[in-house]
Design a protein around this ligand. Structure first.
Ligand code: NDP
Ligand code: KPL
Length: 346
């Protein structure tokens, strides 16, 4: 094991995490970018093989630049990937990771950092059915905001948190205590200067993931449908009522479909509808008031959205419970319709 950390999905979050790791002495030349294809690799190398993160926080500007190794599916020449960070969008991850599955074994450490649910769940149901041979899986959830300036140059504009936990290998109904030592890659991300990282017991990560899920399931979908900046939805009775309906249905479905949540008093206390609504109104209309959500930006740029990992995930879980999540289904259909309307526009 040479300790290399491969990064699949070198966009906003992938660049942020790559730069943070590369800033640590122990990982200085350990990060290897897995770019989409030879053209992207050529573009990156012609750019000097630099990743740039422009940090604009509290009116202070800082330029972080690292020369980083990179490869692509047709060039990668290792038998195994010891460590992999996956930060492609949820809509792109299954296709992106396919080329690398033969290099992932039960000793590999794979960290997924996404909004919403469904990526790890789908991989466990398809390619990693055997819990004894699948890689060591870690789930990361971040509230940092990073956006694109140009290829391989990103802005870090909102300081948040990065929470990570080890995903239970055997029974999803069991938690993994945070006393279980994380791998060196995760430890590096926790030590990095600006990740504001913490390593949680799995059930605590799941609760945080649900909180972020609720924020995104209300804010991202509604701002995409309405094509508006976050604050434009504030102080509107109908929006608050819609968010309330979305949350009630999400909480109902998530607790019915996840044993770990269902038996956690802490989850029931934190993921109460009134608390979630207040959190969403604060994060959406105060802390991120002037932002456009990533989903609205995706629809404006005619890209597919992550709706199936958010409101669409609730629809999927509800169907598996033999009933229809009508509120989230309507929201999901409207986001997909908005995406198609925008894609048709010249
Ligand atoms: N950006 C943010 O502030 C936040 C993002 N998140 C979540 O983090 C996740 C990642 O988001 P974000 O970083 O913004 O997404 P981006 O779209 O910025 O980055 C995704 C990257 O994945 C790459 N990619 C896609 N398919 C492949 C492939 N087959 N092989 C190699 N690379 C591929 C893309 O490469 P290419 O450039 O070639 O298209 C792109 O650079 C999402 O789930 C998002 O919701 C969560 C919190 C905040
Ligand atoms: C918090 C919020 C809604 C900020 O806009 C976000 O996470 C996103 O845009 O995806």
């Amino acid at each position: 094991m040479d300790g290399s950390v491969y990064v699949l999905g070198v966009g906003s979050i992938g660049t942020f995490l790559s730069c943070e790791l590369s800033s640590l002495p122990n990982f200085e030349d350990k990060v290897v970018l897995l770019l989409r294809n030879k053209d992207r690799l050529k573009q990156f190398r012609e750019n000097g093989s630099y990743l740039t993160l422009e940090r604009i926080l509290d009116n202070k500007q800082e330029l972080i630049r690292h020369k980083v190794k990179a490869t692509c599916p047709s060039e990668v020449n290792v038998d195994a990937l010891d460590n992999l960070i996956v930060t492609a969008k949820t809509t792109e991850t299954e296709a992106a990771i396919r080329d690398y599955l033969p290099m992932l074994n039960k000793h590999s450490n794979v960290l997924f950092v996404h909004n919403g649910f469904g990526v790890i769940e789908a991989l466990i149901k398809t390619v990693w059915k055997n819990p004894y041979t699948r890689p060591n899986l870690y789930q990361g959830v971040t509230s940092h905001s990073v956006s694109s300036k140009e290829s391989f140059w990103y802005y870090h504009t909102c300081f948040g948190v990065l929470k990570i936990a080890k995903v239970p290998r055997i029974d999803e109904g069991q938690s993994v205590p945070n006393t279980v030592e994380p791998c060196a890659m995760v430890q590096g991300l926790l030590e990095a200067k600006m990740t504001n990282g913490s390593y949680l017991e799995y059930v605590d990560l799941l609760i945080f993931q649900c909180q972020k899920f609720m924020v995104n399931s209300c804010m991202n979908s509604t701002t995409a449908i309405m094509n508006c900046v976050n604050y434009e939805l504030s102080n509107i009775t109908e929006v608050k009522s819609l968010f309330h309906s979305i949350i009630i249905e999400c909480v109902d479905v998530l607790f019915k479909s996840n044993n770990l949540l269902a038996k956690s008093e802490k989850a029931r206390e934190i993921l109460s509808v009134p608390k979630l609504l207040n959190l969403i109104l604060y994060l959406g209309f105060v802390e991120n008031a002037k932002n456009s959500t990533s989903m609205r930006i995706d629809t404006l740029q005619k890209r597919e959205t992550e709706i199936d990992s958010l409101n669409g995930w609730i629809v999927k879980l509800a169907e598996e419970l033999d009933y229809e999540a009508t509120v989230n289904k309507t929201i999901t259909l409207l986001v997909k319709a908005r995406t198609k309307v925008n894609q048709r526009r010249l």
